[in-house]
Design a protein around this ligand. Structure first.
Ligand code: GDP
Ligand code: ZN
Length: 320
């Protein structure tokens, strides 16, 4: 007679047909498949279940109580948030990168490499739209002496002014790293690391937990091999508590399923003024009596951020 056991676990990896699950905080991974139909939370997503999803499963045990076969995922519990990107550039389908994220860390560097502002703003807007807490980490701060901080200060003023937290870090000089590690340990957070290639993501993860070095290094390499390899995201336990997900090489954070009218509400600094716009809805582009444009003229909203906003509006038109 078959002995069934049911339980709850978290998806820690997806490898095509199989999922790896673990009950947290104890890291003990086992394999599972989806059986039957699951209620899909994200329409048009290529993956119904993503890393970070909490699921119910059932598994059959042999006479000695050992797991006999793959577990079967029977239900996906509702998500507190998720991060999404377009499946491919022109696709109307989307891919869920991860779910139930406690903190997204966006690594940026000003010069080596130069992180493009539209990339930053797209990421921030996506996080705002999907309720993901975010912090900006300005890496390689060791490269700037006190009288070379002009660009750094300019950048930080704009983003702090908009309402974001920025921490200056250096993985080389061990600046700001302990604070991040502490933050992740606290409440065993599930954190996501993002940033363009070369900003120092692997270096940071290695600095946070040296035991993750070979794992992350191998992963980043495998993601470099051509655009057509499917990207599988993976959760790693951080020694001392907490979990991280590395997202190498993500370019097209889709403003997915976001309505154009809503985009400006994901700019915290625009949100502050838009209630006073004369016309509702207001796109803050040409309307008379627009409070956002007024704030822009008065320097209360940065021109760079506003231009990112216009760029996003344009892109939305193109794909519609
Ligand atoms: P990734 O592509 O985001 O994973 O970036 P890597 O971790 O591979 O780092 C890219 C390059 O930046 C490497 O040459 C690192 O040594 C260098 N790098 C990483 N962190 C720092 C830092 O804090 N300061 C400086 N100056 N360089 C760094
Ligand atoms: Zn307006």
């Amino acid at each position: 007679m078959e002995n069934m056991k049911t339980g709850q676990a978290v998806i820690v990896k997806h490898t095509g047909s199989h999922y790896l699950l673990s009950q947290l905080p104890t890291w003990k991974v086992f394999s599972a498949v989806i059986r039957g139909k699951l209620r899909l939370q994200t329409s048009r997503a290529t993956n119904p279940v993503a890393v970070g999803d909490r699921v119910k499963y059932e598994v059959s045990l042999d006479e000695s109580g050992q797991i006999k076969d793959d577990a079967a995922i029977t239900e996906v519990l509702s998500r507190k948030n998720y991060l999404i990107r377009k499946a491919t550039n022109l696709s109307r389908q989307s891919h869920v990168i991860a779910a139930n994220i406690d903190m997204a860390y966006l690594l940026v560097t000003l010069d080596f490499p130069k992180t493009k502002w539209p990339f930053i703003d797209r990421f921030l807007v996506t996080c705002e739209a999907y309720n993901i807490p975010i912090k900006i980490l300005m890496n390689k701060i060791d490269l700037y002496s006190n009288d070379e901080r002009e660009g750094i200060d300019y950048f930080e003023n704009i983003y702090r002014g908009a309402g974001y937290i920025i921490e200056e870090i250096s993985t080389w000089k061990n600046i700001g790293i302990d604070k991040i590690r502490e933050e992740i340990h606290q409440d065993n957070k599930l954190c996501l690391f993002s940033g363009v290639s070369g900003v120092g993501k692997s270096s940071l993860i290695k600095a946070l937990d040296p035991s993750l070095d070979p794992v992350i290094g191998k992963m980043s390499l495998s993601h470099m091999q051509g655009k057509h390899t499917t990207t599988f995201y993976e959760m790693h336990p951080l020694s001392g508590g907490g979990y991280i997900i590395d997202t190498p090489g993500i370019r097209g954070f889709g403003l997915y399923d976001l309505k154009s009218e809503r985009i400006s509400t994901y700019f915290p600094e625009m949100l502050r003024y838009m209630d006073n716009c004369k016309y509702m809805p207001c796109t803050h582009t040409h309307e008379p009596g627009c409070a956002v444009k007024k704030a822009l003229k008065e320097g209360l909203i940065s021109a760079e951020r506003y231009n990112s906003y216009l760029g996003m509006l344009e892109d939305e038109k193109k794909y519609r």
